[in-house]
Write a protein of this length. Structure first.
Length: 461
């Protein structure tokens, strides 16, 4: 293929998502100035289309950035090392009948009749595909991947290695580095998954099943063990009562919100993202029973099929009742300025931020606010090891309390919505260790059959 104008090369470059230096080489007539112009154009194109969000949002790779401005308003060109942020690479090839061939990593070559005339449309669709690709992972996963990638990239740069080199030996060395730093095996696996995701999105092969890398990982697993570190402390009913006692009164906006968050998070065994993500229409009050919650999307339901959870009211103890706490919060929430008294209110967030003066905002409360609430309440309660409490403590507290109350695995999984029975069993095992334990029967039987001790202290017989 030959291109005779910088504009044509730029258009081809945008639709092909190929490396800048490769396209610049194809355009033999372009000099240094031409290459810089091409880089500036593609930077602006990516910024406008939103495709640049992919690696920025998912992995935070700094070299993939939107067009930056130099003093005076000129666009600062991206470096020649700019790589396509799409998992799907497109390249335009002349075909009979003015068709366009797309080279995709998923389906191979796709020839679209008359596609050359629709290159701009296909470019826009591909850009949107990149944005959707970022949503293939939950927000928590994206945060973990971004952090892991930045750590790996900094390590590579310190040793002069290429982060996107596709080299299993580099990963093996990095795994040893992480193990020496004390990272758990589970955290190390998150780092490897993030690194693999970066390579896939950049179109670079990386085999995590490489024999040498696998041997190193197996050695680390045998040395460190696979037992997970201590989980977040469970906030059961007794702990939860202590936490609630440290909050402001329910007749204040902050106190009402804090109490509703703690009691709903516990009763429905919600993850902090699920709790913060509730909308007004997701909670239904059921007379004579309690609350029915719709969890629109969760870690175990990433595609949003929706899951319902029931929470019984506790009218005998109003200060410890999820229904009463929610009613107290809704008294303030319904007065907020973002509600219009229409059906659209059902889509507004249930929990919103507020100013220090107690003025409610229209913005959804962040899941970090739930984490801070539990942390603050644990410290204020004087609980031992308050650092072990987190947003997950409410969910863990319900599951653990259910096990201690005699709930079976199916009942716990229905409330917590765990997909893995093994994970759910982890909450039931502490109670199961003591329930129907054979040693109790043995000691009881031994006491009943023990010979009487006569006066003098020696057993008879």
């Amino acid at each position: 293929m030959t291109c005779r104008t910088e504009e044509t090369v730029c258009q081809f470059m945008i639709t092909s998502y190929t490396r800048i230096d490769t396209i610049a080489h194809v355009h033999s007539a372009a000099g240094t100035a031409g290459k810089r112009a091409i880089e500036a154009h593609i930077a602006a194109a990516f910024e406008e289309s939103g495709a640049v969000e992919l690696l920025v949002d998912l992995l935070g790779i700094p070299r993939i950035a939107a067009a930056r401005k130099q003093p005076g308003g000129a666009i600062k060109p991206l470096p020649i090392t700019f790589l396509c942020p799409l998992a799907c690479r497109m390249s335009q090839e002349p075909q009979p009948g003015n068709s366009l061939t797309l080279h995709t990593s998923l389906l191979g070559e796709l020839t679209i009749p008359g596609g050359a005339a629709r290159a701009a449309e296909l470019q826009a669709l591909s850009a949107r595909a990149a944005v959707y690709a970022t949503r293939a992972r939950g927000e928590g996963t994206r945060r973990a991947y971004r952090s892991a990638w930045k750590t790996y990239e900094a390590w590579c740069e310190a040793l002069g290695r290429a982060p996107l080199g596709g080299d299993p030996d580099t990963l093996a060395l990095y795994a040893v580095h992480c193990a020496d730093r004390g990272l758990s095996l589970a955290t190390l696996r998150v780092h490897l998954a993030a690194i693999q995701a970066a390579h896939r999105l950049a179109g670079i092969a990386l085999d995590l099943r490489d024999a040498r890398l696998a041997m190193v990982l197996e050695g680390i697993a045998r040395s460190k063990g696979t037992r997970p570190r201590r989980r977040a402390a469970a906030a059961g009913p007794d702990v939860l009562r202590l936490m609630l006692a440290t909050r402001r009164a329910a007749d204040t906006p902050l106190g009402a919100r804090d109490r509703a968050l703690l009691l709903l998070g516990f009763g429905a065994a919600l993850r902090r993202s699920e709790l913060a993500g509730l909308a007004l229409g997701d909670v239904e009050m059921v007379p004579g029973r309690g609350l029915r919650l719709l969890i629109r999307r969760s870690k175990t339901d990433p595609r949003g099929a929706g899951q319902e959870v029931a929470v019984w009211a506790n009218p005998a103890e109003p200060a410890f009742c999820p229904l009463a706490a929610l009613e107290a919060w809704l008294h303030f929430r319904r007065q907020a300025g973002d509600l219009a008294g229409a059906a659209s209110d059902a889509e507004r967030p249930l929990f919103v931020g507020m100013s220090k003066a107690g003025r409610l905002s229209a913005n959804q409360l962040s899941d970090k606010a739930v984490w801070r609430l539990v942390k603050d309440a644990a410290r204020a309660s004087g609980l031992p090891e308050p650092e072990r409490f987190s947003g997950h403590s409410l969910r863990a507290g319900l599951a653990t309390a259910a096990g201690e109350a005699g709930a079976d695995l199916a009942q716990v999984m229905r409330q917590t919505r765990h997909r893995s029975a093994e994970v759910a069993l982890g909450y039931l095992r502490p109670a199961d260790l003591w329930r129907n334990n054979p040693t109790r029967t043995i000691w009881d039987t031994a006491r009943g059959s023990a010979p009487e001790t006569p006066p003098g202290g020696q057993p008879g017989g």
